[in-house]
Design a protein around this ligand. Structure first.
Ligand SMILES: [Zn+2]
Length: 301
């Protein structure tokens, strides 16, 4: 299966469709890529491709231009983001340092700097169904399998305080909430604590300015956007597939997940937006379409 997959991406890459699609859809636009935990060797190859084919910019540069209503130029602009704050990100520091301040790392403020774990990394856990129940029900179900979000794990999963500070010297830091809940599944006070609390914790602990929020799992609702604005964020990043321009709602910025792939052909096809465009024909967008909380159902149902 893996071989078939590699062959599909190889054929697609050399069909030049990614090149055509990129020229058509990405020129004069901002493409935001999403990573989580990619090995340095693979990211080095990705970065080499990005440097050849895109103009790497920071999210701040884009937001500033958009706030002023300045149209973008004719280049293909690209922003690189990493979600979660996994400890493996520190190995990428030298690569980030080639473009100081351009990469944005979204950190879970109550997990980085601790030995706490990410709930979705719990062994033998099917995390999908737990993203569709109330936050309280999710936490109860996790306790049944031995996970408590405030408890420490034998092996550190997240960046340490020293690593965060080392990365903050070469990259931009954003918020990914405190414990990575599914925000639309939270009650109002829970969501406010996660959204505003994360920004406060990161700014206080690391003496940083945190301007943007990445919604965990890309899930958000209108209430979460209102809370992000009230907490002082300048933008919210989703995983709704697509590119951005100066007219895109800054609290619904679109992003392309490249799945931490080590296959350069797959990366090129996905980063061009072609893969999302092809699969989007068959799979409707998952994120940002949830109705607001209803008293008869779990808040995010
Ligand atoms: Zn995440």
């Amino acid at each position: 299966m893996a071989l078939v997959r590699r062959m599909v991406f190889f054929a697609l890459r050399w069909s030049f469709l990614p090149w055509l699609h990129s020229l058509w859809r990405q020129r004069g636009k901002i493409t935001i890529l999403l990573y989580h935990d990619i090995p340095p060797e693979a990211f080095s190859r990705h970065l080499a491709h990005i440097e050849r084919h895109y103009a790497l910019v920071s999210l701040g540069q884009y937001l500033e231009a958009a706030a002023q209503g300045r149209p973008l130029g004719r280049e293909k602009y690209l922003v690189v983001t990493f979600d979660d704050g996994l400890r493996g990100n520190f190995a990428l520091r030298e690569l980030f340092a080639r473009h100081p301040g351009k990469v944005t790392l979204y950190l879970c403020s109550a997990i980085v700097g601790t030995r706490r774990g990410f709930w979705f990394l719990t062994e033998n856990l099917d995390s999908g169904p737990l993203k569709r129940v109330s936050n309280a029900a999710r936490l109860t179900a996790l306790e049944r399998v031995g996970f408590r979000q405030e408890a420490e794990c034998p092996a550190r999963q997240a960046l340490s305080d020293e690593e965060v500070l080392g990365l903050a010297a070469v990259a931009d830091i954003g918020s990914h909430t405190r414990f990575h809940p599914c925000l639309p599944c939270c009650q109002d006070d829970e969501a406010a604590g996660e959204i505003a609390g994360s920004r406060e914790e990161l700014e206080t602990r690391y003496h940083l300015r945190v301007r943007t929020l990445s919604y965990p799992n890309g899930d958000y609702c209108d209430r979460d956007i209102a809370q992000a604005k009230a907490a002082g964020y300048a933008a919210g990043i989703t995983v709704d597939h697509g590119v951005n321009d100066q007219h895109t709602d800054p609290f619904r910025l679109r992003r392309i997940s490249v799945n931490d792939t080590t296959d350069i052909n797959e990366f090129i096809v996905k980063a061009s937006g072609l893969w999302g465009a092809l699969t989007g024909v068959f799979v409707p967008p998952r994120h940002g379409r949830r109705p607001d909380p209803s008293p008869r159902k779990p808040p995010c149902a």
